[in-house]
Design a protein around this ligand. Sequence first.
Ligand SMILES: *Cc1c(COP(=O)(O)O)cnc(C)c1O
Length: 379
Amino acid sequence: MNNTKIWLSSPHMGGNEQKFVNEAFDTNWVAPLGPNVNGLEQDLELYLGQEVSVGALSSGTAAIHLGLILLGVQTGDVVLCQSMTFSASANPILYQGATPIFIDSEPETWNLCPIALEVAIKDSLSQGNTPKAIIAVHLYGVPYQIEAVRKIADKYGIPILEDSAEALGSSYKGQKCGTFGDIGVLSFNGNKIITTSGGGAIVTKTKAQKDKAVFYATQSRDDAPHYQHSHIGYNYRMSNISAGIGRGQMEVLDTHVDLRRQMQEFYVDLFQDIAGVGVFTAPTTDYYPNYWLSAIIIDSELTNGITNETLRLAFEAENIESRPLWKPMHLQPIFENYPYYGGTVSEDLFNNGLCLPSGSNLTNEDRSRIASVVKRIFV
Ligand SMILES: *Cc1c(COP(=O)(O)O)cnc(C)c1O
């Protein structure tokens, strides 16, 4: 059998990406502005609905950073952040000189635990420090508990920065992820559900907020013939070449969502009769996840000692990539001295979970190779 590498999540071109890139070359819009940048922003605004404004940026991380700036986060402020996530959710808190407070996950969606969140807010308030923002993440494309988190945010008047980097194409009760926060964040990194090779976007409620984000993203140039600056500036705008790739990818986004969801169903079937392995699945039909990555949890007491690491190594031997879940931020050396609220939900997920190949471009032969490893390990 063919032994080419099966990736966790690799770029999957639709076909028209190069047409948009060629247009950029033909018209010499080889710059961090141009028709593709405007076009991608419009495509995203139409796709997300809810009358949001979208600003295309160089990365999702840049979008989180500018989001915190728009929310007024400064040195000495406190920002609440889901612990179980990719480090890019939390690093921009430190860029701003603010203090992260990490919050555990709940077991249903693996995202921000509303109970631990409220305890952290009350504690922070009692110390005279009103948190400036809540960073909530839709892990692996499964929406967080939208209503419960919003209720707490509104009760205490704290804005939500919605990290939807993994959840473009997911929705909750018919509303698209990326539109639930006071500010939303998207990523088009190479391994995300669609890619611009590298890029991201900020989603705002008003055009004025978007314009402000773009102003900061383009070196904060004041309105003057010379270079005049009264704010710190950043070089965070998206290239018109990258945006051309993004326009082609937007044409196939919904197809990619369907294909990723089919991969998750494939794993549900594959592990159906294997005791001790559960495939991550949204709690109710209100949730429509894009299942950016399919993930499993292994209870090694029920699998004769087979762990997530046993399976990862077995895949690796067959040139198949799989990966542990995100290691929670409160357990990371760079963040371990910051406050943490919650129990061991995220830690247990990390210890027992595994992300499996999930790309929209996986073939039937890829699936057979994956299935044969699983069947061999769990005899
Ligand atoms: C990918 C990702 C980011 C960062 O996006 P980049 O475009 O890679 O900077 C942020 N948060 C989460 C949860 C992500 O998965």
